[in-house]
Design a protein. Structure first.
Length: 72
């Protein structure tokens, strides 16, 4: 809520193949569709799903994990 409050609603969201995340965005899009019927401007969030997105994020954090493991 804080991120949306300070930056506004995103146009595109990229996520992994998690069904729960997709369901949440679909609920938000349904809410915007209902507001559109009532006269508000239309703002649909586009979902881009990447099957192995979490793997690439984890690989990006590998170097940080090495540093913190040495510190412990």
């Amino acid at each position: 809520e804080k991120a949306i409050g300070s930056n506004g609603m995103p146009e595109k969201v990229t996520m992994d193949k998690s069904g729960a995340n997709k369901a949440g965005i679909d609920t938000i899009n349904l809410y915007f569709a209902l507001l559109f019927i009532l006269g508000s401007p239309w703002n649909q969030v586009t979902v881009r799903q990447v099957k192995y997105l979490n793997n690439s994020v984890e690989q990006d954090h590998r170097f940080i994990k090495k540093i913190t493991k040495v510190m412990m």
